[in-house]
Structure formats: C-alpha cells, structure tokens
Design a protein around this ligand. Structure first.
Ligand code: PHE
Length: 440
C-alpha cells in the first residue's frame, strides 16, 4: 500500500511537527516534543497531528466542554463518599498511546478489524493516537484507582461528512465495587463463583458464553451491577435531555466488557446511539491489580451529545474560531438551554475527481481512507464531504478507475469556483504522486 505520509508533509503550511532524516536514513517524527521512529505502519498525517494540542474539551466556552462539565457534575453529585466525590477525573492524558494500551490490555484480538491501518492513525508499529479513551483503563486501574472518568480527544480514520470527523472526544469511565460495597445490605452474597479463587484468577476456566454474566461471577453480582449501571447511565441521559426522553437498551459486544450494551435515545424522530457499556472483563481487572472487585465501564462521544443538545448541524463547527459560533456558547451557565442559530449558510461547490489506478491496485484494494486523509491534508477544513461516485473497470484495457465527488464549503464565507478549482488541482497533483494514479 502506498504511504502518503512523508511526501505530503512538505506542502502543508501550518505543519507543526517535524519529520527529519537521521543518519542511516531512519525517518523520525516529532510529536509534542518527543521523537518517534517511523516505519511501514506510520500513517498519521501532519494535518491530524495539528489537532493534538487543541483540547476543545477543556476550552471553557466550547460546546464539548459544556457537555463535559455537565457529565462530570452528574458523577460528582451522584456519587460521594463522606462528602467527597468518589470519581476522579483524568482529562489531560497524552493521546499518544501504545498498542498494548489501546488494544492488548483490553483483550482486543490481534486480528480484530479495529486494529487495521485503514482505521487508526499509527505513529509506528508500536504506537498510535488513541482510538478510544478506554486505552487508559488498565493503567489507571494499575495505579490503584477504582472510580474514575477519562476524558479526551480520540482519533479514527473515517469518511468525511457532517457528523464524522477524524478527531472527536469521549468520556470513558470505570466504577468498581468490592463485596462489602456491592452487597452492603446482603452480606451473605458473593461477587465470585464459589469455585473461583480471586488470588489465582487464571486457574479458573474463563468464559463469556453465558449471555448474562462472566463465568467467574455470581448471577446476583452480575445482575446487581447491570441494574446499577443502567440506572446510573439512564440518570445521566435524563440529566442531559430531560426526564421525558425515550430510551432503549441494545445488547452489544465489546472485547473488554461482558455482558455489554448500547444505550439509544429517541431524538429528532430517530434512535440515536449515545454510549457503549458493560461489566469489565475480570481478566482485565486481574491483570491490572484489583482481584476482589467487580466493575462496570462505559464510553460516550461528546460531539454527538453536543450536536443534539445544542442543535449544531455540522461537526466541523466544534473547531470553529469564528465569533459567530463561539459567542453563542460564551459565558453561559453550563446548564443553560442553548440552541445554536446558524450565522448563515454559505453555498457548496462540488468538483469530481476521476483517475485510473496503477496496475498494482484495483477498485477493491484501493484504501478509501488513504484518499480521504490526503484530500483533507491538502484541502483543510473547507472539505465538507468526500464520497465515492463511481467505480469502473474498462472492458477492453481492464484498467480500473475511481471517481470521487469532493464537496467544498467554507463555514464562514462563500468560496469562489476559482479558488475551489485551485485547491482541486492541488489535490489532483497530490493524489497523482501519492498513489501513482493518472487523472482522467
Ligand atoms: N471504547 C468503546 C468505544 O469507543 C466504548 C466503551 C467503553 C464500551 C467502555 C464499553 C465500555 O466504542
């Protein structure tokens, strides 16, 4: 697969990180002052790295920060121990994580599709930009924490449209309990199956084939945790959307929890998924330290909640510095009911781009996400959508061809066709070099 990285670096004007070639021509990449070796896994782009220090979730007047504060307040006020909040909050952890943190520690199988290069931003073959906040779960458990929230930016390669952006923000959490806490009023009940020895957790046949619970847990413990989890998360959604909100629980699968669910709410005439959750797999707890507790975990996306709560029509607006946007969220009480009013809608420009693939690629092996990243690297934030329009194999020459539509729109002003054409030409040039294609 062609890698676009080093070659596209040069022409990005706001290029904040440095690529350099050390002796022995080992390429390195610098992220937040640290140097990393690059290899054939490296696919993080300068454009993506430029988002790394934006910290939208911590900017006082950003809608994502308002939702973050409401969620933190809910957990602070709902769970206290002797007057102090029981949850600690981590919202400043580095997004550069190891493959162990993002996948291995969470029992994500080595062949799981979420590890694919086409879905993640890899720094190199052992390091990536975290694809979810759950990447920090094991290290915080290992540090001895039992109740905590992890909040930050996560990175996933994805299509481009009004609800998808390669950087978004998540709140993830763990709540653990020991027997005395969980069964405070029923001291005769146990967390673990009588044949399970918590001090030797891996001697027990671990299984998740029972849909109700993990083999090491008692049904009482699993059911009580499930009831608490659902109750707490429903409470959160009601605190955000009002007590009348319609909801449903959907059975899910996550490699790191069992059982697992998704919570959906009925919003704007459709079911919208708001979070994933479940009972933490005991192997994860046992590997990280605590061997006498049971925990639940959940993860939710802040963009989706903020877009629904404030009626923000386009995910790119979260990144806007335009005063027309920013002022609508400035100096507001976090619980204020805010409805975003579009400043104005500027017209779109759509240009198509068709090209012949080199003989080494086919319409099925060409990686769309590689193309999307390149388009965004060159076009920046005026890229509103990119979609595949046509795939074609010439009947005689057997040459393969692809056609994409690129939709340009500036959030703050009208783009002229002339300036769009210039950017489009630059994209054509970059695509030609990066993928060895020929423009039709
Ligand atoms: N990490 C999951 C995601 O990003 C969400 C999740 C977190 C699910 C914790 C279960 C438990 O989709």
């Amino acid at each position: 697969m062609t890698r676009i990285l080093i070659r596209t670096g040069g022409f990005i004007p706001n290029f904040k990180c440095k690529y350099s070639t050390a002796p022995k021509s080992v390429a390195t990449i610098q992220i937040a002052g640290k140097e990393y070796l690059t290899d054939n896994y490296t696919n993080v782009t300068p454009k993506i790295l430029s988002y790394l220090n934006r910290n939208l979730h911590l900017r006082k007047d950003n809608p994502l920060s308002l939702v973050r504060q409401r969620i933190v307040n809910y957990f602070y006020s709902s769970f206290t121990h002797r007057g102090n909040p029981s949850f600690s909050v981590y919202d400043n952890l580095s997004p550069v994580v190891s493959i162990k943190q993002n996948f291995d520690d969470l029992l994500i199988p080595v062949d799981h599709p979420s590890r694919a290069k086409s879905d993640c931003y890899y720094v190199n073959n052992s390091t990536l930009l975290r694809a979810h906040m759950t990447a920090h779960q094991s290290e915080l458990l290992r540090a001895g924490l039992d109740n905590f929230l992890m909040i930050g930016d996560v990175y996933r390669r994805d299509e481009i449209d009004s609800t998808h952006f390669p950087v978004f923000h998540q709140v993830d959490a763990v709540r653990s309990q020991r027997k005395e806490q969980l069964f405070e009023n029923h001291p005769g009940l146990e967390i673990f199956d009588p044949t399970f020895d918590p001090s030797n957790p891996f001697a027990f046949p671990i299984s998740i084939s029972d849909p109700a619970k993990q083999s090491c847990h008692t049904l009482e413990a699993a059911k009580l945790m499930e009831a608490q989890l659902k109750n707490h998360l429903l409470g959160l959604v009601k605190a955000l959307f009002g007590t009348e909100i319609k909801h449903r629980w959907v059975d899910e699968y996550f490699p790191f929890t069992h059982p697992s669910w998704e919570l959906e709410i009925f919003y704007d005439n459709k079911w919208m998924e708001v979070l994933g959750c479940g009972i933490v797999r005991n192997e994860i707890l046992a590997n990280a330290g605590p061997n006498n507790s049971i925990a639940y975990a959940f993860g939710l996306g802040l963009e989706r909640l903020a877009m629904a709560l404030y009626k923000i029509p386009d995910i790119r607006l979260m990144w806007s510095e335009d005063s027309g946007f920013v002022s609508q969220f400035q100096n507001k009480n976090v619980n204020a009911k805010i409805t975003y009013k579009p400043v104005s809608i500027y017209p779109q420009c759509t240009n198509d781009l068709s090209f012949w693939l080199p003989p080494s690629l086919t319409i099925d092996t060409f990686v769309h996400n590689d193309f999307y990243d390149l388009v965004r690297d060159v076009g920046g934030d005026i890229i509103e959508q990119v979609r595949i329009k046509d795939k074609f194999v010439h009947p005689k020459s057997k040459k393969h061809s692809l056609c994409y539509s690129i939709i340009y729109r500036h959030l703050e002003r009208t783009l002229t066709q002339v300036e769009v054409n210039e950017v489009h030409k630059d994209i054509e040039k970059a695509v030609t070099t990066a993928f060895n294609v020929s423009i039709r």
